[in-house]
Each structure stands twice: as structure tokens, then as C-alpha cells.
Design a protein around this ligand. Structure first.
Ligand code: ADP
Length: 506
């Protein structure tokens, strides 16, 4: 096929060459024989222009030179007897015309050659690039959306489906699970679309309407094998492409990165859970006591109720009072168990509205016996009417529990009467800060190092607590840090955006 076409092309070039030479000779004959005396020589410019089709600068230069010689020869043949006169002036005009045409043609050919080289280089880079690139013709979408400032979803959808692929490299075909790039070229991406991809395309078109020329969006396609592929798209409209005729799209396959991120998040969630269970393990004695207390009270009230009933004249009022106590203590025990179960269960992170004041109180209650056992005095400062936070209540309680237990353990070497833990909650303009301060020996190392995984100074420590606390706080859009207090002891502070601030940040 290609061979046939090449043969045909060569034949056409030969025919053209012969015709051009014939034309030059025809002009020469006309020049010599006609009574027009030199004016005909201007027609040689046509010969020069015809040679440019061969795309060879040397040929055009030679043609210009030969035509000039022919024009001069023609002049001398028909006017050798004349002195310098109007015919000579016409010859000069013809020579200038031939010269200028030749030079302009050669320059034009040089520029065209330059463009061809640049284009070849672009093609080579396009095809050899290790990442997927394709060129789209989005002019139909441009025509449909032109002038619409806020097109509706349907208009966007219709326009998005008109974007055709004019060229694509092999990597682009591979991205969509295809063997050859020809399977992509000439078609659209509609068959790979997912609802997410359609939404993304809508956003891209909207940004393009707004005049943006480079847009980055991550989306998901379904490839030719039916597998999902996550792609980071970079859409560029070259400066001269006002009507989206040539839109350049680069796609980076981020499927593996995303899968790794999901696995990482799962591993992190497991670790967070294990750490929480470990903390609960440390509190086992306290928890048992917490549950035991109402249970003992319940038994006592049940026994005394029974005694009131066993009397000769049972006292209904007393029995009812005892039963009320049975109910309230039973409820208290059930509450404690429910709280512990919530802490122990493994669940995906939630987005609860968190009332920080009650969470701080509840956590102190949970640790109360442990703190009492270790002679720790607790001081709480909390303003009224704190704005609610949004996040995972259980994870947040885990952070508070960790910081409080660390504070308690940091004061083990301090005299029992001097063990004070201050919990201070401060409302700030867009956030809420929580400071947990102790009266222990303070931080002996660079405070940041405490947050490195596995950093511990405790014989039984795992060194994961603070690192996990920080990732919990950061996943809620906040920060967690530590420093020594000027009056002694360490202060651990975290700051979380309040619900409104978090939404506006998102
Ligand atoms: P672990 O409690 O298992 O050691 P953490 O990550 O909770 O793990 O703490 C890491 C280290 O940070 C602790 O071993 C301790 O040296 C230091 N640390 C934590 N809290 C305090 C505190 N309140 N005062 C001084 N040092 C602290």
C-alpha cells in the first residue's frame, strides 16, 4: 500500500517537473516571439513558485537563477539592436520580481522546514514519553458551550461526549487496557466512563469555560478489561488553541498509589485500635472497679428490698425506693460497659458532632480510679458553650486518654501530694485547644522526638501512643505538640478546627 502511494507520488512529481520546464520554455518562446518586449518575463515568477512544491530550496534557487538567465537571454535575442530603453526597464522589473519571489519562496520553505522539524520532534517526544498523552479535539464541545456562562449538567454531559481523540501514544492506549493506540485514535473516551469520570469531565469543561488553560483533576475510568483505573488528568489548552481544537491531555496512572494508600489507612486503623485496646488493658483494674461499684450497690439494694418485703407488714414505699436504686445502679453499670465497648470495638472512622466538654468529663471519669490510686489531683478549666467539633468521638477519647495516662505516669517520681494534672480547654476564633499539663519531670529530649513511632522511655512502653495521637488529630485537620512548662512539667496541646471552620477548609 505504502509502496503504491510512494510510486504515485513520484510519478506526479515527475509530471510536475516536466510541466514546469515546459512552462519555462513556453514563457521563453513567448518572450522572444511576442511583441510585448520583456513584460512576459515577469511570468517566470510562476515557474519559481511551482518549484516550491518540490520542497527543495536548492531547486527553487536554481530555478530562480535559470529563469533570470532566460529573461536576460530573451532580452538580448529580441532587443540586441536596441539601446537601453523601456524594454530594459521592463527586464529589470522582471528580474527584481524573479529575485524577490525566489528569496521569499526560499524563506518560506525554510520556515516550513523549521515547523516540520519542530513537529517531528514533538511527535517523537509524544510517542516516546513513558506516560500517557493524548490529543483531543474538543471544538464541538466549545461550539455547544460557547457563550454559556453556567451550562446545566445535561449540556455539559452532551458536550463532554463530543470530545474526540485525534492522537494518542502507546502509553495512553495501555492506560485504557488497549494493545494499540489506533484503537483509541478517532474515538471518544465514553466507553471508559464512570459516574466519577463524567463528573470530572464536567468540572474540567466548566473550568475551561471560565478561561483556565491548565486543569488537574483525579478521576476513575473503567479500562477495556473492565478494571478500574485511577488517573490523574492534566488538561492543557495550548495558547493558540482558542476553540479547543487541540487539547493536550496527560494521564498519570495512580491506581497503585491509591491502593497502597487504602492499605496504609487500613493498617493505621488496625494499629490505632490495637493501641486503644492496650490502653484499656492498662485500665483493666479501674474498669473492673467502675463496674463492680454499681453492681455491689445493686445487690445491696436488692437484698434490702427483699427484707422490706419479708416483713409482716411489707413497706411498699421502701421496696419501691430500693427498686429505683436497683434500676439506677444497673443503668450505671450498663453505661460503663457501653462506654468500654465503644472504645474496644473496631469501626471505621465516623463523623460525629463531638461535645468536647462532656468528652473530657467522661474520660476523666473513666480514669478517675486510676488517677486516685496514683494520688493525682485533677484540675479542669473549661469555658461554657464550647462550639461542637466534628470527628470520631472514640478516637478523640483515645487521644485524651493517652495524654492523661502519660501525664499520670510522668508524675510517678513526684511526691504524692504534688501530683497535679491540669486539663484546660480554650475556645479560639476558629478552633478549640486542649492543654494537658502535668507536674512531672518534664521532657528531657527534643519534644518532637516523642512523636516518633516506637520512642519510649518506659520499660513496658510501646512508644506508639503519641505517634497515633498525632495522626488521629491530623486526620481531623488539627495539630498536636508538646513543650515543657516554664513552671515545670510537660504540656501536651492539641488544636482542632470547629465544625464551621472545618467545612470551609474542606
Ligand atoms: P509510651 O507511653 O508507650 O512510652 P507514648 O508515645 O505515649 O508511648 O510516649 C512516648 C514517650 O514520650 C514516653 O515514653 C515518655 O518518655 C514521653 N512522654 C510522654 N508523655 C510525657 C509527659 N507527660 N511528660 C514527659 N514525658 C512524656
Amino acid at each position: 500500500m505504502a509502496h503504491e502511494a510512494e510510486k504515485k507520488r513520484r510519478l506526479a512529481a515527475q509530471v510536475q517537473g516536466v510541466a514546469t520546464v515546459a512552462l519555462a520554455l513556453g514563457i521563453f518562446a513567448l518572450d522572444v516571439l511576442s511583441p510585448l518586449q520583456g513584460a512576459v518575463a515577469v511570468l517566470y515568477t510562476i515557474v519559481v513558485l511551482l518549484t516550491t512544491r518540490a520542497n527543495a530550496r536548492g531547486l527553487t534557487l536554481t530555478a530562480g537563477f535559470v529563469c533570470a538567465l532566460l529573461a536576460i537571454a530573451g532580452y538580448f535575442i529580441s532587443h540586441d539592436h536596441e539601446a537601453l530603453g523601456s524594454a530594459a526597464v521592463r527586464l529589470s522589473v522582471a528580474l527584481v520580481a524573479i529575485g524577490v519571489t525566489t528569496l521569499l519562496s526560499v524563506r518560506h520553505m525554510a520556515a516550513a522546514e523549521h515547523r516540520r522539524i519542530a513537529d517531528r520532534r514533538y511527535r517523537a517526544i509524544f510517542n516516546a514519553a513513558g506516560f500517557p498523552i493524548w490529543e483531543g479535539d474538543w471544538s464541538e464541545a466549545f461550539r455547544l458551550l460557547r457563550g454559556k456562562q453556567a451550562p446545566d449538567a445535561e449540556a455539559i454531559d452532551i458536550a463532554a461526549r463530543t470530545a474526540t481523540i485525534c492522537d494518542a501514544n502507546h502509553a495512553a492506549a495501555a492506560l485504557f487496557g488497549l494493545e494499540r493506540r489506533e484503537e483509541l485514535v478517532g474515538g471518544t473516551l465514553v466507553r471508559f466512563h464512570t459516574p466519577a469520570a463524567e463528573a470530572t469531565l464536567g468540572r474540567i469543561l466548566q473550568a475551561m469555560i471560565a478561561g483556565e488553560t491548565t486543569i488537574e483533576e483525579e478521576t476513575r475510568f473503567i479500562d477495556a478489561r473492565g478494571e478500574p483505573v485511577d488517573v490523574l488528568l492534566r488538561v492543557t489548552i495550548p495558547p493558540q488553541q482558542k476553540e479547543w481544537r487541540q487539547v493536550l491531555i496527560m494521564g498519570l496512572d495512580v491506581t497503585e498509589r491509591n491502593q497502597t494508600n487504602v492499605r496504609l489507612a487500613q493498617a493505621q486503623a488496625q494499629l490505632t485500635h490495637v493501641s486503644r485496646i492496650t490502653t484499656l488493658g492498662q485500665l483493666a483494674a479501674s474498669i473492673a472497679h467502675e463496674v463492680n461499684q454499681p453492681l455491689s450497690a445493686l445487690i445491696t439494694y436488692a437484698k434490702s428490698g427483699k427484707r422490706w418485703l419479708a416483713r409482716e407488714a411489707p413497706d411498699a414505699a421502701e421496696v419501691s425506693d430500693c427498686l429505683d436504686h436497683v434500676v439506677s445502679n444497673g443503668t450505671r453499670a450498663a453505661d460503663v460497659i457501653a462506654r468500654i465497648r465503644a472504645l474496644a470495638r473496631r469501626a471505621d472512622p465516623r463523623q460525629d458532632a463531638i461535645d468536647l466538654a462532656s468528652l473530657v468529663d467522661e474520660t476523666i471519669e473513666l480514669l478517675r480510679r486510676d488517677l486516685n490510686t496514683h494520688d493525682v489531683t485533677v484540675e479542669v478549666t473549661m469555658p461554657e458553650g464550647l462550639p461542637p467539633l466534628v470527628g470520631d468521638r472514640v478516637q478523640m477519647q483515645q487521644v485524651l486518654m493517652n495524654l492523661m495516662l502519660n501525664a499520670e505516669q510522668a508524675m510517678a517520681q513526684v511526691a504524692p501530694g504534688a501530683r497535679v494534672m491540669c486539663v484546660e480547654v480554650v475556645a479560639e476564633p476558629d478552633s478549640v485547644a486542649v492543654h494537658v499539663r502535668d507536674s512531672g519531670g518534664g521532657i528531657a529530649v527534643e519534644p518532637e522526638s516523642l512523636f516518633s513511632p516506637f520512642f519510649t522511655t518506659k520499660s513496658e512502653g510501646m512508644g506508639m501512643g503519641l505517634s497515633i495521637c498525632r495522626s488521629i488529630i491530623e486526620s481531623h485537620g488539627g495539630t498536636l505538640g508538646a513543650e515543657n512548662h516554664p513552671d515545670g512539667g510537660a504540656v501536651f496541646s492539641f488544636r482542632l478546627p470547629v465544625a464551621g471552620a472545618m467545612e470551609s477548609a474542606a
